[in-house]
Design a protein around this ligand. Sequence first.
Ligand SMILES: Cc1cc2nc3c(=O)[nH]c(=O)nc-3n(C[C@H](O)[C@H](O)[C@H](O)COP(=O)(O)OP(=O)(O)OC[C@H]3O[C@@H](n4cnc5c(N)ncnc54)[C@H](O)[C@@H]3O)c2cc1C
Length: 443
Amino acid sequence: MNARGTPLPTGVVNERASGLRLFANSSWHLEVPVNVLLSGAGIAGPVLAYWLHHHGFAPTVVERTPRLRHGTGGHAVDLFGPAVQVVERMGLLPAVQEARTRNDVVVLERPGRRPVEIPVATLAAGFADGGHVEIVRGELARILYEATRDDVAYVFGDAVRTLEEDGDDVQVGFEHGPSRRFDLVIGADGLHSGVRRLVFGPEERFAHHLGGHLAVFTVPDDRGLDGRMVTFSAPDRVVVLYPVRGTGAARAVFLFRHDGPAAHHGDVAGQKALLRNVFAGVGWEVPRLLGELDAADDFYSDAITQIRMDTWTRGRVTLVGDAGYCPAPAVGGGTTVAAVGAYVLADRLAAADGDHHRGFAAYEDAMRDYVAASRRVGPAVLRTSVPRSRLAVARNAWLTRLLPRLPVPVRHRLLAVEDRLRAGLTGIDLDAPTQPRGELSDG
Ligand SMILES: Cc1cc2nc3c(=O)[nH]c(=O)nc-3n(C[C@H](O)[C@H](O)[C@H](O)COP(=O)(O)OP(=O)(O)OC[C@H]3O[C@@H](n4cnc5c(N)ncnc54)[C@H](O)[C@@H]3O)c2cc1C
């Protein structure tokens, strides 16, 4: 019996073109593969597609953008402990290490004072014990895509428009392509997930704004930053500037609190106006950076938001990564949680032989505590990294200068977010991957 509930006749010939492949299960019967549609080719989508293929499922990924925004594009993201383990098990750790940002020193700049420099390793000591790699999101997306493109059907420039479950499968309507039937559908389409909206309702029901905003865009690296990540703080406002290796460019990240009305995430003009308004008069390099705003073609801005849902599953549809449990962009470690969630989902579906009732339930059980703990990361990081007052700005600088001279246990205690980070991002043990189901023939 397969996920469709259909016992299959033995002797079905493996036929890649017809989507049929030959698998041996424990009783050596033949099964049609479970056809799984994944919406979104960000981080969770390709990781999930890799592991689903590994376990003998037939994944198709539909991505809204016409082509992958890869290369050196996007912001720098972190892979911590278990997510490093996931890419290692995919055989991708050397490629990921090779592409890491190499921004190894943080420099805190203060007008009229000497800058404070600290190695990233000192700041990350402890919660990065199980491994830590910082990598530009586009590079990670490229590596994941290239590792899966030969085994996974990718459809770019399309999106799910309708979903109708009728017991045995899901009828999926697309914005452009003809509608198709899939056994399972998985929303890996990020913070503003379309699958979540179609199946669970409007985003407002699940989105919890943490009180911060972020904006990121590319600027010329006029200062020759060379591996240094420069930060500047004023009350409720922080700017981080880091170089993007091999491009001559740098990324400017703005984090801020703002009590008034915020622009919608699709309203780019409104977001730029808000950014200019909030950072007016801040000084430092801000006027130069904001002067580059209109020239940048990769401006991204959003409210720092968590997605909180009691369940990510309805029938044959579930969610993974930011779509189901975004712990907050820029401050929450979402890349780590997305990679881990994707690995666990594929693992549990495989352990349940593709039975989505058991597989999705086991996935939620395995992820529930981890997701709950990850929600404590964003507010803590936001609180410490965007100081609220002049006093807090000065205290952060003092602490940063002091840190390298302190013994590691004292350092850990001083870094108030440390425990939350450790518990939130590394607090899950991943089962070893099972061997691929015995694939007898590949056509
Ligand atoms: C500015 C910024 C800074 C960040 N910094 C960090 C950091 O330092 N550390 C960290 O760990 N994380 C960070 N993150 C978060 C991280 O990028 C995400 O948490 C992570 O990428 C989640 O992966 P995902 O695959 O779930 O979603 P995403 O990476 O958002 O991928 C979703 C994909 O789905 C596609 N899509 C969207 N809608 C549809 C649709 N309707 N149909 C089809 N496809 C669709 C999108 O185009 C995208 O390719 C940051 C995020 C931002 C925005």
